[in-house]
Design a binder for this molecule. Structure first.
Ligand code: FES
Ligand SMILES: [Fe+2]
Length: 267
């Protein structure tokens, strides 16, 4: 697909585009988590792997992002999202591909610190009046699924941000039990943080259970590699090094030691 020529695209269309439907939902998250989620282009092919296959960024900033997006059904789109904090809304436009010219306007209405009402309006050009309801329903169904996935991520991220404030307490060592009785991989809380003890290279190793990028939930290392489900970053569990090139690494985890047949975590 060629890069979009911005001059071909008019500024945001207005109500002359046919309105085909509205999706509305109250989400148990703050409006800040929603802005963060809207700007987070990188999660599309990972968190929403059932909808998107790939994303190639053109440009991103506090204003939003523009990218080539491939769907799992083989469609190639150029999408642009523009965030307008002042009006508490973001507008996603399809610049190229199927439904080019369509716009999705999301307005966010905070109703409590961690409760936000969202209203999402779908505008699609070239849809005959008798087809609007059907097309609108199809958009609502997609948004229902995407928001189910997004809400789970936003709530979990908020929970981890709250928890981080309480971290860094606890002792110097934790006894996990006899080596032959451990059900691996094992999730443990130690000094206020979550770790996973897994078998790596015939030995036991602990690594953090939270991604250093945006605190996504990390699964146990497989063949020494930990892969985050939220944006697909991969890490070497032994060294903490990021294997996908991003500037972050796994923080140091406690050392696993075996003393008289018992497994211990030591700070
Ligand atoms: S939270 Fe983004 S890759 Fe883990
Ligand atoms: Fe999302």
């Amino acid at each position: 697909m060629t890069m979009p020529d911005q001059r071909r695209y008019p500024p945001f269309a207005d109500s002359r585009l046919p309105h085909v439907g509205t999706y509305r939902r109250v989400l148990a998250v703050s409006v800040d988590r929603l802005y963060e989620n809207a700007l987070d282009w990188a999660h599309l092919p990972f968190l929403h792997a059932s909808s998107f296959a790939r994303i190639d960024l053109h440009d991103a900033g506090p204003w939003g992002w523009r990218a080539n997006v491939a769907t799992v059904t083989g469609d190639q789109l150029v999408l642009e999202l523009r965030l307008d904090r002042e009006c508490r809304r973001w507008i996603t436009r399809t610049l190229d591909g199927p439904n080019a010219g369509s716009e999705i306007w999301t307005h966010a209405f905070p109703i409590a610190t961690r409760r936000t009402d969202i209203v999402v309006d779908f505008f699609v050009p070239g849809i005959a009046p008798e087809d609007r309801e059907r097309v609108g329903q199809a958009f609502c169904d997609i948004y229902e699924r995407l928001y189910d996935e997004d809400v789970a991520m936003m709530i979990e991220r908020q929970r981890q941000m709250d928890r981080r404030i309480e971290a860094d307490r606890g002792g110097e060592s934790l006894r996990l039990g006899p080596e032959d009785s451990l059900a691996l991989p094992l999730r443990v809380e130690f000094a206020g943080r979550d770790y996973i003890v897994a078998r790596v290279d015939d030995g036991l190793l602990a690594h953090v259970a939270r991604c250093p990028h945006q605190m996504g939930p990390l699964p146990a290392a497989v063949a020494g590699v930990v892969r985050c489900p939220w944006h697909g970053y991969r890490f070497d569990a032994r060294t903490g090094k990021c294997l996908t090139g991003q500037v972050c690494q796994l923080p140091q985890a406690p050392t696993v030691r075996i003393r008289e047949g018992e497994v211990w975590l030591d700070r």
